[in-house]
Design a protein around this ligand. Structure first.
Ligand code: FE2
Length: 232
């Protein structure tokens, strides 16, 4: 018997059957278009993304695409509770799948992106977070895959050019409406250009896992826990 062992994977989890995902997608779509009106100085994506440019006109947004990333943390907005709540349930599902369901999480930030035709997001990671997600509120069929780079690529690409390599340089996922994609925040990724006249709308979020290594004092019980930093 032979067995292939996929050693040292970097798990990415997709969920396409979250309850009421169609309704959540439609609601987030509408609210994202409203954000575009609310924040005329929004961040830009595509070629303007790496330099952190902001819109000075509606034409800038039409040309490059929209992100609310610099304007507002949707994780703190009550009117986006429906979306944040679903996101936290999906992050919890990720932790269950990887066997770490005992860990606490804190929603760090969340934002909306709206792509028009030709828009994309260049290579990046989500620094200082542990887990990240994309939820596709609108995604025309067959366009703009999200592409993850193999973090081990630097170790093998010099000796294994693509023609002879059985180790993948990258892995692509085709978005569709209602799909959640959860991934470790350190994975380098980008999106291919959107090729439709219809908007593509994405909710993104980052969480930090809550963990501190227990000290001897913690184990000794509550008597030593009331310190000067305790809130009364
Ligand atoms: Fe990203």
């Amino acid at each position: 018997m032979s067995e292939v062992i996929p050693m040292f994977s970097h798990p990415v989890v997709t969920i396409d059957d979250y309850p009421d995902s169609e309704a959540i997608a439609d609601r987030f779509f509408e609210k994202s278009l409203a954000l575009m009106e609310e924040y005329p100085d929004a961040g830009l994506i595509s070629s303007a993304w790496h330099s952190g440019q902001r819109a000075r006109s509606r034409e800038d947004i039409e040309k490059h695409g929209f992100t609310s990333f610099y304007n507002v943390n949707l994780g703190k907005r009550e009117d986006f509770h429906f979306m944040n709540q679903a996101a936290m349930a999906v992050f919890a599902q990720y932790l269950r799948v990887v066997g770490k369901s005992n860990l606490g999480m804190r929603l760090d930030n969340a934002w909306a992106s709206v792509y028009g035709k030709g828009h994309f997001v260049p290579e990046h990671t989500h620094p200082l977070s542990h887990l990240s997600m994309a939820f596709y509120a609108a995604a025309t069929e067959g366009t703009g895959r999200i592409v993850f780079e193999n973090p081990s690529r630097g170790h093998f690409q010099h000796f294994y050019p693509p023609e002879i390599s059985w180790m993948h340089y990258r892995y692509s996922i085709q978005p569709k409406k209602g799909l959640f994609v959860v991934f470790p925040s350190y994975l380098v990724h980008h999106t291919e250009p959107h090729e439709s006249d219809e908007y593509r709308v994405i909710y993104s979020a980052n969480v930090q896992l809550q963990y501190r290594k227990p000290t001897d004092s913690d184990r000794e019980g509550e008597s030593t826990q009331s310190g000067i930093y305790q809130q009364v």
